[in-house]
Design a binder for this molecule. Structure first.
Ligand SMILES: Cc1cc2nc3c(=O)[nH]c(=O)nc-3n(C[C@H](O)[C@H](O)[C@H](O)COP(=O)(O)OP(=O)(O)OC[C@H]3O[C@@H](n4cnc5c(N)ncnc54)[C@H](O)[C@@H]3O)c2cc1C
Length: 485
């Protein structure tokens, strides 16, 4: 096992005691239904960008694979959160192939082409003049389903509720079937957390659970991004954002007189953009104004956030209409997922930091790939949408490598993190959270899982890094990027 680059802040003894208590609790809670579990080789929890990437890696493997997804469709944040655009960054070959088969679903902006989407300069990223790619979200979600479902069991409307963990091995997970309101248990040899950290929170123990965004001070990873003396601040996270949809339809009468405006809710920002899935609709974006305290988001998570967003989006719309006089539109619906950039991240064998983001990957690295252990590249700039945003512009970042070890929760042997909860500092996450990067992390996890099963391994750390790097064409990705830089 590769040594930890950064030592933990909790003492090991405290950690082990806490983790053991959590594990015992989970085992006790789940033992009754554990015996009747469905059996899989690989189980992905979450069908967002990471889950899609993992799915494409595994769909031709011949393994028995499933995806657990709480929503009613695949895609996660980039589909359901109505993310405006796919921002530039390197991707493994599967995404270019997916594009080639479905190019009518994508439109390019600012001189973007499928090839230069591998590149973003720091300056262009900061100034907002970078290349972007939009995608018809509903249509791509359908494509994901059609291409993955013949080989993978896609279990929609299933909510992960607990995990059975013994000695660092995730034996099974328990999910609630939201359609039948019943419980199902799923066993797998390998689990890939593509849910934004929900699974690894349960399997990796107490420290992973408490390791929230913003809980780094300047000293934790020695990052100069933070001003001198900055202490950990769990609530110093990116803004909460929500999106709502409005129609260009003046004929639908809207009676907003009874809509109550909760304290703190204000009008949405006035800019909108066309919803690719329905040209009669615009998307409106609001930051802050959904009246969710950061504490509430952190403590109660998705469900509370979503419930409040449903109420607040209508109130936002009422205020937007009044503020900007938008009488040629009527309210349609809120985004089915509230868009929140941040949640938990998981302590992994290696942690990506600000320093890693400033080390540029070059052609020389190709000769040394195995020891560098890169499985993905990424090139966004440090993009914190919070109080510290101003610092982002002054720290040039490079096309950098993300290592396999950043996907391995420190206390598990059969769990990988293939999503935005991978091992990274808060600052590094702000530069690496893009959809294309999460597609890449999931894809690498999928290939690692395939190797793990094929070779009867008991620890994901023993996966042959050459196999993963070849599978995601790490060399080809570096060559493409270097040619553009
Ligand atoms: C407001 C906002 C704006 C952004 N803007 C951009 C942008 O312009 N361009 C860009 O490239 N990226 C953007 N991003 C970042 C990018 O969209 C996300 O980081 C990326 O899509 C995350 O992918 P993921 O697979 O890690 O997670 P997600 O796509 O969120 O997928 C996680 C999936 O897991 C499911 N899930 C969660 N918990 C459970 C559970 N308990 N049981 C079962 N399923 C569960 C969720 O429903 C979801 O489908 C933005 C993000 C946000 C929030």
């Amino acid at each position: 096992m590769k040594p930890l680059k950064h030592s933990p802040s909790l003492s090991t003894a405290l950690y082990v005691a806490a983790a053991t208590a959590v594990l015992v609790l989970l085992v006790n809670n789940c033992s009754a239904s554990y015996q009747n579990a469905e059996e899989y080789d690989v189980c992905m929890v979450g069908g967002g960008a990471g889950g899609i990437g993992a799915g494409y890696a595994l769909k031709d493997s011949g393994l028995k694979v499933c995806i657990i997804e709480r929503e009613a469709c695949l895609g996660g944040t980039h589909v359901n959160g109505r993310i405006l655009e796919l921002l530039p960054g390197s991707v493994p070959p599967f995404f270019d192939d997916l594009y080639a088969r479905n190019n009518a679903l994508f439109t390019f902006h600012n001189g973007a082409t499928i090839d230069n989407m591998y590149y973003v300069s720091h300056e262009k990223g900061v100034s907002g003049s970078r290349q972007t790619m939009r995608v018809d979200r509903q249509a791509i979600s359908k494509v994901y389903y059609e291409e993955l479902s013949p080989a993978i069991d896609i279990k929609l409307r299933r909510l992960l509720t607990s995990a059975v963990v013994r000695k660092g091995v995730c034996k099974a997970i328990v999910v609630r079937n939201l359609l039948t309101d019943s419980e199902e248990t799923i066993r797998a040899k390998v689990f890939i957390d593509c849910s934004g950290g929900e699974l690894a929170k349960m399997t990796n123990g107490q420290e992973g659970t408490g390791y929230y965004w913003g809980s780094d001070g300047r000293d934790r990873f020695g990052e100069t991004f933070y001003p001198d003396g900055t202490l950990p601040d769990r609530y110093d996270i990116n803004f909460l954002e929500m999106t709502l949809r409005v129609r260009h339809d003046v004929n639908v009468p809207e009676d907003l007189s009874n809509v109550v405006i909760p304290q703190g809710v204000t009008a949405t920002s006035s800019h909108g953009w066309t919803d690719n899935s329905d040209e009669n609709c615009d998307i409106r974006l609001t930051s802050y104004h959904c009246n969710l305290s950061k504490q509430k988001f952190i403590d109660e998570g998705y469900d509370a956030s979503y419930r409040e967003a449903l109420v607040n989006s209508l109130a936002c719309w009422k205020l937007t209409k009044e503020t900007y006089g938008q009488n040629t539109y009527s309210y349609d619906k809120p985004a089915p997922m509230l868009s929140i950039r941040e949640g938990v991240r998981i302590i992994c064998d290696d942690m990506l930091t600000q320093e890693d983001c400033t080390r540029e990957v070059t052609m020389d690295d190709i000769a040394d790939l195995a020891s560098l252990r890169y499985i993905a590249l990424s090139s966004w700039y440090i993009d914190i949408h919070g109080e510290q945003h101003a610092y982002a512009a002054s720290i040039p970042t490079k096309n950098r490598g993300i290592t396999y070890d950043m996907l391995i929760p420190r206390n598990n042997s059969n769990v990988l993190v293939g999503c935005r909860a991978f091992g990274c500092s808060h600052v590094a996450h702000a530069a690496n959270r893009l959809t294309r990067t999460m597609l890449s992390l999931g894809n690498a996890c999928g290939y690692a899982a395939e190797y793990f099963i094929a070779h009867g391994l008991s620890d994901v750390r023993d996966v042959d890094i050459d196999f993963v790097q070849d599978s995601v064409d790490m060399k080809g990705q570096i060559e493409k990027c270097v040619a553009l830089y």
